[in-house]
Every structure is written in C-alpha cells, then in structure tokens.
Ligand binder design. Sequence first.
Ligand code: PMP
Length: 335
Amino acid sequence: MTTNICLGFAGAIGNTPLIEIPSLSKITGCQILGKAEFLNPGGSVKDRAALFMVEQAEKDGKLKLGGTIVEGTAGNTGIGLALVANAKGYRCVIVMPSNQSPEKIDLLNTLGAEVELVAPVAFSNPEHFYHTAQRRSQSIENAFWADQFENIANSESHYQTTAPEIWQQTGGAIDGIVMSSGTGGTIGGVTAYLKEKNPDIASYLIDPQGSGLYNFITEGIFKAAGTSITEGIGINRGTANFYRAKLDGAFQGSDLDAIEMAHYLLKHDGLFLGSSAALNVVGAVKLAKKLGKGKIIVTILCDGGGRYQSRMFNNQWLAEKQLVPTGSIDRILHD
Ligand code: PMP
C-alpha cells in the first residue's frame, strides 16, 4: 500500500522542514531555525497564499469554471498562482514591476502565465502594478483579482498552516519569531497565531531600506528612506494582512547585511537563499542578541537563491551595486 502521497500541486504545498542553521546557533548561543519555504513546490512561501486565495474565491463564487486569475505581484505570488491555475484549469494574468529579477519573469512565462511588465512606480501612480492588475481584472470577463495585499485569505493561509507547523515543530518551545513583510500575509498570520498560543513569544519585524514599516512599528507613522535590492518585501502603507500582525518591535537591515548573510549561509551551511530570506536570518541574529543565549528563534526562508542568481550571486552585478560581500558576518554580529 502506498503511504504519504499528496494530491497534485496543491497537496504538496506546506509541511516544510524547520531547518536549524548550525553555524549561527553556535555563534549566537541560541537555536536559530529557518522555516524552509523555498521547498514548496512553486519554490516560495507564496504558494500557501496562492492556494488559499484561489480556494476561498472558488468557495465565494468569485472564481468560476473557465475563469481567469489576475494578480499584481513581485513574482512569487504569481508563480504560485500560475501553478495553481494550471492545476485547476484557469487562465492566469500576472502584472509585475519590470525591475524584478529576470529569473522570476522568465519562469512565469515558462509556466504559462500571461505576464505584463509595468514600470516600477510609486503606489500613488495609477500605473503601479497593484492598480494596473485591478484594472486588468475589470477588463477581462469572468476574472478574479486575487488582491494579495487586502485579501485576508493570504494571511489566513499562514494562520492555518505555517504557524501551526512552527508551533508543532518546536514543541511549543519557540521564544522568538522574526521576519520581513511584503503584503504582510506571512507576518500577519504567523504572529497572530503564535501570540494566541503564547503571548510571551517575542515577535519582531525586520525591514529593508526604502520601507516604511519600521517607522510605523517604532513611531506609529509610515516614513521611508532609501532604496533596496531586496525583492518582495518592504512597503510604505498598511494592508489588511499586515494589520493582523502582533509585534513587539522592529529591526532594520541593510542590503549589505542581506548579501553578506546570503553568501555566508551558502558557504557555511549549504543554504542557497534569496534576499528576503537572508535578511530574515539577519533578523534572527539580531533577535538572538536581544533575547540572550539559550532561546529558540524562528524565521522564514521565503525563497531560494536560484531565483536571483544573475544578481545577488553575480560578482559583476554586486560590484555595480557596491555590495561585494567581505566574507564575514562580524559587522552583523557586533552591530
Ligand atoms: N520574500 C519574498 C521573496 C516574497 O516574494 C514575498 C512576497 N511578496 C515575501 C518575502 C513577503 O511575504 P508576504 O507577502 O507574506 O509579506
């Protein structure tokens, strides 16, 4: 008899390993654990949200036979949606800012999504990918706009799956959780669930440059400065999903921190991660320093480095951006 069989693409989403990062556990004296979301079948944490948004829309009658899924995305939600769409027989239209990695754009085309690239403009501009996706959905018959920023089926996927997995995998002994935020789906769902289980779990955001969330958490106002090479994270407004988050504080992390950590983890731990995952691990180190030795700290490994190979792991690109790693994470450890 066959055992442990999951049904199709959807059935393979979730139940990802929680990986201890030995080198960082040793250095910090805490147990540093990364939820391996890059092992989802679409390669990122956003597979969970894609599936929940589509299945909720089916239940609500918003997505019907022969329908089209439309979404504005930095890429990963689009990849998840494109695969769910193929598996369930829908058409998929993805609107994406043109400054995202060529790997993600190529992949979406390969998967069969209809990709529309728009200029990376401010949210206030009607040409922003968010507003463009909304308009596209209105112009296509039988279309469903997933609206991952405001659709709480996104954070619900993490409340119902990611967070209970973390709770169970740590035997409820988790002391701290930290991650960055894009739509706020992961941080919203995961921290809401964990704080219900144990309000003493230290819950932190790590925010890249160019995002207003750090100032929102620390001072109560959205205020952003600078820019970042990280993809899929950072935002300068509140979203329904982010407002579910239960947070105790926030850190900021730089592009150089993220690049340094990504290269360090590849070399020392065999973990090949994207920029948001690397920044999240920077956050885990910062939280370990804040909480002191002996704690169990969890973060999210959102996607893999292959999705950014031509950028973060390309010496010429790194040199152009003045982000050549030194090979040491001392600056992060002693910051
Ligand atoms: N990392 C990457 C690479 C992403 O694509 C996203 C999604 N935009 C995130 C992190 C953030 O996830 P969330 O939307 O749940 O905040």
